[in-house]
Each structure stands twice: as structure tokens, then as C-alpha cells.
Write a protein that binds this ligand. Sequence first.
Ligand SMILES: CC(C)(COP(=O)(O)OP(=O)(O)OC[C@H]1O[C@@H](n2cnc3c(N)ncnc32)[C@H](O)[C@@H]1OP(=O)(O)O)[C@@H](O)C(=O)NCCC(=O)NCCS
Length: 186
Amino acid sequence: MLKSERLILRAVRRDDLPRLCEFNNDLEVELAGAGDPPTPQSLERLQADFDQRVSKGGRDGTWFAIETGGKLIGQCGLFNFDEFKGVAHVCELGISIGDKSYWGRGYGREAIRLLLDYAFRYWNIHRVWLRTNSENERALRCYRACGFVEEGRLRQHEWQNGRYFDTVCMGVLRSEWESGRAAGKT
Ligand SMILES: CC(C)(COP(=O)(O)OP(=O)(O)OC[C@H]1O[C@@H](n2cnc3c(N)ncnc32)[C@H](O)[C@@H]1OP(=O)(O)O)[C@@H](O)C(=O)NCCC(=O)NCCS
């Protein structure tokens, strides 16, 4: 549905689930991406959740599979739209490239730029924000390259792998995104 030079962002399909399940059970991916302790996930549970959502009908929302060259490499999307839509116009962004062979090759920023354009252009969003772990340097650099700035820290908010980490909150305003684009920076 959304396309860039190398990527397609499209709805998640049932035949994606085995690969997504592999990503969800990869400890390195889980630890990089989440503040919660890692837990195993069965394919059956993932399929049951998927089927339940599909049975409700309607559209697929704002969560996308990330595909390149016909291969599924991760997921990303917008969520937590402000409750009073039409007032603040704020939402949160999340991304996980589960195929580690695609880390650090610019795919993350390409997907995020597509998502930001989608948020600002089609959803009339005013501010997009996200949170990440203070030790996730790859993510921090990727987000900065897309125009996100650090807005605050929840100190020692996450426990991972035997240590506390800060949660870093970052955001980008529509005006910053537009001026960054005009200057060719984002
Ligand atoms: C975080 C993530 C989306 C970033 O996407 P990506 O495609 O890997 O990132 P990019 O290639 O666009 O940018 C990576 C940046 O980190 C740098 N980098 C690459 N490997 C690194 C490493 N091991 N340590 C530190 N920095 C690293 C790159 O040089 C680049 O920075 P630069 O442009 O300033 O040189 C992706 O790696 C991912 O999904 N990781 C697993 C889950 C996760 O961390 N999710 C985010 C949760 S908030």
C-alpha cells in the first residue's frame, strides 16, 4: 500500500505468521525492541489472535508488514491515536525489523519515513512520538535521522538482562518534518 524505493508497507497476511513467529521468538530482536521481559510465542496463539481480529471484519488499521523484494523483514505502524481525535492529533510509532540481516542498512529509516509521510499527509497528525531503550544506539540513530528529537527520559524505567535502562521518549512535529524534508535532511 505504501511504497518507497526498496520497500512496500502492506497489511499483515496469515501466511506471514510463521515468519513473524520466528521474529517474535528471537531473543536478540525481542530484547532490542521491547521493555517487557521476553516471553515465548507459539504459532497457534499468533494465528488465533490473527483469526480473531479478522473475524471482526472491517479494515486492517495502521499496522503494516514491511516487505522488500517480496520478502517479509518486519512490521511497523502507528497506534495510540489520541483519544480525542481532532484535538491533539498525536500518535505513537512502532517498528521492528525482525530479520537481523537487514539491520543497519537503512531499511528502518526508509520504513519510518514512509510512515511519517502517511501520518502527516493522510491522518493529519501533528506530532508522532515513540519510545526506545537508552542502550538501543541503532534505533536512536535511525530515529534521529528521521527527524525525531529526544523529549525526555524515564530514568531506569526498564529492567533488561540484569540491568536497568532509561526509556527515551522522542517526537517529531509536522512542522519539523516538513522543514526537514524541504532541506533534504529527513
Ligand atoms: C531499530 C531499527 C528499526 C533500526 O532500523 P535499521 O534499518 O537497522 O536502521 P538504519 O540502518 O536506518 O540506521 C541505523 C543507524 O545505527 C547505526 N548502527 C548500525 N549498527 C549499529 C550498532 N551495532 N551499534 C550502533 N549503531 C549502529 C548505523 O550506522 C545508522 O546510523 P547512522 O545513519 O548515524 O550512521 C531496527 O534495527 C530494528 O527493528 N531492530 C530490532 C528491534 C528494535 O530495536 N526496534 C526498535 C524498538 S524502539
